[in-house]
Design a protein around this ligand. Structure first.
Ligand code: NI
Length: 173
């Protein structure tokens, strides 16, 4: 089942999410639906709050293999890198965001096993982005105040439920 991805302005995106207590059939089903939802929107990551569930669960697929992060935490990060970043909750918006270049994260997988992953590049960025979602932090919180003011109108459009992509297409035709 493909969920509707919440957009900027919807409350669950700003909530602190609660740890997953038990990996049961509901969670397994939810993860399956999250992958379906993410692939349907061509995303590389999706956090549970983005479909209105405030639990500490996120998925990532940067094209190598699908990863499930249950109750994840970043235990080490190093380096700094500024790259373009987007978010399925901000359709059409892309902003330069500074993140750590490398991270080590710990989480539990769908089989209930704890794992540690060392990542860099896009995967490291995706891990930081998705983990932020679990704390109610959005990528626009990590750009400058001045830049946020510049894109105020775009943010308002998204908040009203528009996609910047659709608007661009409309203005071209
Ligand atoms: Ni996001």
């Amino acid at each position: 089942m493909v969920y509707r991805v919440l957009h900027y302005g919807e409350e669950p995106l700003r909530n602190e999410s609660q740890p997953v207590e038990k990996i049961d059939n509901d969670i397994r089903r939810l993860v399956e639906d999250m992958f379906e939802t993410m692939y349907a929107s061509n995303g590389v990551g999706l956090a549970a709050p983005q479909i209105g569930k405030n639990i500490r669960l996120a998925i990532i697929d940067t094209g190598e293999n699908p990863l499930v992060f249950i109750n994840p935490e970043i235990v080490k990060s190093s380096g700094k890198e500024i790259c373009d970043e987007g978010c399925l909750s901000f359709p059409g918006l892309s902003e330069k965001v500074q993140r750590a270049t490398r991270v080590v994260a710990r989480a539990t997988n769908l089989e209930g096993q704890k794992f540690e992953i060392e990542a860099e590049g896009l995967l490291a960025r995706a891990i930081q982005h998705e983990l932020d979602h679990l704390d109610g932090v959005l990528f626009i919180d990590r750009i400058s105040k001045a830049r946020r003011l510049q894109i105020k109108h775009d943010l308002e459009l998204i908040q009203e439920g528009h996609s910047l992509l659709e608007d661009d297409e409309e203005s071209e035709s």
